[in-house]
Ligand binder design. Structure first.
Ligand code: E4P
Length: 217
């Protein structure tokens, strides 16, 4: 399973690069707004930090302008993945960009039928939002199970990118279901490393080691 970080905070991304488990980055207009920076500059900086796909989202709602924005964003760096919303215009744009060889991430997916349409439009990634479904009392992970199964049934190449991940259990469940990718905030990625028994064990090892008076080097 690939791990993407969902942020436009360049310092956070820089600190995760080199850990060996960061495979890409996703952003959205809200995250770019939060960064307070010009989108093209932030995306260029992020793309220089990683070879993995960096999702940059269009903000137009009509097909023609989405296409222009998508081509512009793709021109920023060769690892830009254009993100489009799951609307009719977004799917049309996905089809054209995909045929041109541009990877497309179809976002704001909340149903398995939407995911089916994105795969038919040639999407590289489909982003079902689990946390936002959970927030309204629906079963986010149930959607992931459905999409994984449907894509398998028809051997679609579109990868299931679990989005709106809020906690480590979402990551565990996504991995068990065979989702290809999970995108999550930096805090969730860091949370995956933590276990109280790891901390307690290390503390005891180091206390015992100190008593020996030895040093390895
Ligand atoms: C993914 O591409 C989205 O940017 C993200 O996962 C949305 O997460 P949120 O629902 O926590 O805002």
């Amino acid at each position: 399973m690939k791990f993407f970080v969902d942020t436009a905070d360049v310092a956070e991304i820089r600190s995760l690069v080199g850990t060996g488990f960061l495979d890409g980055v996703t952003t959205n207009p809200s995250l770019i707004a939060k960064s307070g920076r010009k989108m093209s500059e932030v995306i260029a900086e992020i793309c220089a930090l990683t070879d993995g796909p960096v999702s940059a989202e269009v903000t137009a709602t009509d097909h023609e302008t989405m296409l222009k924005e998508g081509r512009y964003l793709r021109g920023i760096a060769s690892n830009v993945c254009v993100k489009v919303p799951l609307t009719e215009a977004g799917l049309r744009t996905c089809k054209v960009l995909s045929e041109e060889g541009t990877p497309v991430n179809v976002t704001l997916c909340f149903s398995a039928n939407q995911a089916l349409l994105a795969a038919k439009a040639g999407a590289t990634f489909i982003s079902p939002f689990v946390g936002r479904l959970d927030d309204i009392g629906q079963d986010g992970m149930g959607l992931i199970a459905d999409v994984v199964q449907i894509y398998k049934n028809y051997a679609f190449k579109t990868e299931v990118l679990v989005a709106s991940i809020r906690h480590p259990v979402h990551v565990l469940q996504s991995a068990k279901l065979g989702a290809h990718v999970g995108t999550m905030p930096p805090a969730v990625i860091r949370g995956l490393m933590k276990h109280p028994l790891t901390d307690r064990g290390l503390e005891a090892f180091l206390a015992d080691w100190a008593k020996t008076g030895q040093s390895i080097l």
